[in-house]
Structure formats: structure tokens, C-alpha cells
Ligand binder design. Structure first.
Ligand SMILES: [Cu+2]
Length: 196
């Protein structure tokens, strides 16, 4: 009888242990990294002389080599938007800035227009930190690893207005936050057309 009770208790403990294990999230999906839906992914090319532009463009092959890969994705959950940018084939151990811009990429770096803003700054260019900040825009600054790869992620408390966010631009420096320079990040080195 004693043996039976002990065996039963052991079986209950074992079952409880198994149930606890199976309800745990797999270690490959930390809660801080929500899954994003792919929006655009491409290897960058030089701008076309005329006609349709490639989806990913490098304007500076010394700092964003031809064939470097840019991919972006986004997700929306309870009014919050997460945007992710993954890069590879860039310079190793290098700081870059990045943001979501309003227009698709074009032959010229300026073609992607200003940063997408949730609350639009009535003044243009927007360099006022009350509007040009990481809560009102999507900032995806990153520093590459020794292989020239990086992942950046931003989460904001709003959703894109349809049709108004159309590119991710990679800049030459991390983004400034000081008055009069807020939101600026140096030259536009590359651009990925992405319809959010
Ligand atoms: Cu930008």
C-alpha cells in the first residue's frame, strides 16, 4: 500500500512537471522580440539612370557596398507598431542611423522625403526635438558587428497612416537629438522602398 501511494505521488509530480515544461515559451522566442511580418527585403543596387528604380538603392558604395542586404518587417498589436530592420554586408563595427521615411526611394537620396511623423511638425525640415524624436518617428539606428550585420527594432504607441510610410533610409551616423539638429543623421547612404 505504501509503495502504491508513493508511486502515485511520483506520477502526479512527474505529470505536473511535464505540464509546466510544455507551457514554457521556446528559448528561441524571447518576449522582447515580437514576430514581425516581412514588408521588404532586397540586395542594394546602384540607382537606375532612368525608368523604374531598384527596390533597394545604395548612394555610397564605399559605405554601403553593392549587394549589401536590407530587410524590414513590421507588426501591429493593441495600437502599438513595431518595425524591424535587418542589415548585412555593410562595413564592420560601424555606426549607422536609420528611419522610416515618407516616400519611396528614388534616383536621388532626397527622393524618399522627410521622416514619417505621427504628429506632423508644421515646420519643415523638422529639427525640433518635440517632433523629431524616437516616440513620434521610427528610428532604427544600429551598429554593425564584426561581420557587418545588425538588427534594429523600434516600437511606438501608434499605427502608420495608410500610404504615408514608404521607405527605410540608412544614414551615415547615429541620429541627433539636440535642438536644431534633432532627427538628422548625416548623409543618406542607402534606401529600401517599403510600403508599411
Ligand atoms: Cu532618415
Amino acid at each position: 500500500m505504501r509503495t502504491t501511494v508513493a508511486t502515485l505521488a511520483g506520477a502526479v509530480l512527474l505529470a505536473g512537471g511535464l505540464a509546466a515544461c510544455s507551457s514554457e515559451a521556446p528559448p528561441s522566442a524571447p518576449p522582447s522580440a515580437p514576430a514581425v511580418t516581412p514588408v521588404a527585403e532586397t540586395d542594394v543596387a546602384a540607382p537606375a539612370a532612368s525608368g523604374d528604380q531598384p527596390k533597394g538603392i545604395t548612394y555610397d558604395v564605399a559605405r554601403i557596398p553593392l549587394g549589401a542586404k536590407l530587410s524590414t518587417g513590421s507588426s501591429v498589436a493593441s495600437g502599438q507598431t513595431t518595425v524591424e530592420l535587418e542589415v548585412s554586408g555593410l562595413l564592420p563595427n560601424t555606426k549607422y542611423g536609420s528611419h522610416v521615411h515618407t516616400k519611396p526611394c528614388g534616383a536621388k537620396p532626397a527622393d524618399s522625403g522627410p521622416h514619417y511623423q505621427n504628429t506632423k511638425d508644421p515646420v519643415s525640415p523638422s529639427v525640433d526635438p518635440r517632433f523629431a524624436n524616437a516616440e513620434n518617428e521610427i528610428w532604427l539606428d544600429f551598429t554593425t558587428d564584426a561581420q557587418g550585420a545588425a538588427t534594429a527594432r523600434a516600437t511606438v504607441k501608434w499605427e502608420f497612416r495608410k500610404g504615408e510610410a514608404n521607405a527605410v533610409v540608412v544614414h551615415a551616423a547615429h541620429t541627433s537629438t539636440e535642438h536644431g539638429k534633432a532627427g538628422t543623421a548625416g548623409d543618406r547612404l542607402a534606401c529600401l522602398t517599403a510600403t508599411f
